[in-house]
Design a protein around this ligand. Sequence first.
Ligand SMILES: Nc1nc2c(c(=O)[nH]1)N[C@H]1C(S)=C(S)[C@@H](COP(=O)(O)O)O[C@H]1N2
Ligand SMILES: [Mo]
Length: 305
Amino acid sequence: MLIQKPTDIQPSEITPPELYARRREFMKTAAVLGAAALLPPTLRGRLAQAETDEDLKLTPYKDVTSYNNFYEFGTGKTDPAENAGSLKTKPWTVVVEGHCEKPGSYALEDFLAPHAPEERIYRLRCVEAWSMVIPWLGIPLTKILPRFQPTTSAKYVEFITLLDPEQMPGQRTRILDWPYVEGLRMDEALHPLTLLATGLYGKELPNQNGAPLRLVVPWKYGFKSIKSIAKIRFTEQRPRTTWNESAPHEYGFYANVNPDVDHPRWSQKKERRIGDFFRRDTLPFNGYATQVAGLYAGMDLHKDF
Ligand SMILES: Nc1nc2c(c(=O)[nH]1)N[C@H]1C(S)=C(S)[C@@H](COP(=O)(O)O)O[C@H]1N2
Ligand SMILES: [Mo]
């Protein structure tokens, strides 16, 4: 809903923190007027709820950067903020490989060079039933991937976090099978909402949030939004993904936010917005159904959860 046309925003227009509140007022009005009219009445009701003032209130910078999941730096929510200082993000290399015409090893600056960062305000819904609203800076993946000329065999995109137990103390434990790996179907990767984030709140991405480059897929549970990406691979087969491998009955490959499919150990019907007292309803596709539901037409979302 808050998607801006890439051509509409220049780096100079990125909102300084003090202007966020005013700009949000404007965007809220624009988004409601723009998006609601096309919907069937049932979804319209849910969207109306999604677009209330409360729903778009940004989670404070302090919470976004001190309440994190990043198991490479520990499993406690404050561990990443405390421990991620050991990650060296400069220089950074992104390896692109697999089914494409232009594989290679790219310095991050070159990988990002042709693109201006855009601002996107997205809800982030963790599978653990908490959520935030985060103003990201980043580049739509759909602008980046075609540069590497994926071939017709490229059906999926696999993303791999840096593997370096020296810098990432969590990787010295066996809590997960390292490195952390995630994946998207090609059409999901090329959807205009899918972002490769390089910053938040108008600043560089803090290490605990996945510096220097992390994925943001706002309609999926947060674990799909893999941090500190070192490798991107075009594959023909569906890639194995970390949480799905670790507990296949609890975490699916698709991981679309869905209040109608509970986690085996807890309900997904509601969520706690960080900073709120009362829980709120979880929305299908995290409130982005109008944009993304078509990607899953004909699929049984209870089976492909
Ligand atoms: N490499 C890596 N990426 C990761 C994780 C992780 O442990 N390691 N945690 C995921 C989970 S479960 C969530 S909810 C989000 C949290 O992102 P945030 O800390 O920026 O809010 O990051 C995701 N990306
Ligand atoms: Mo999560």
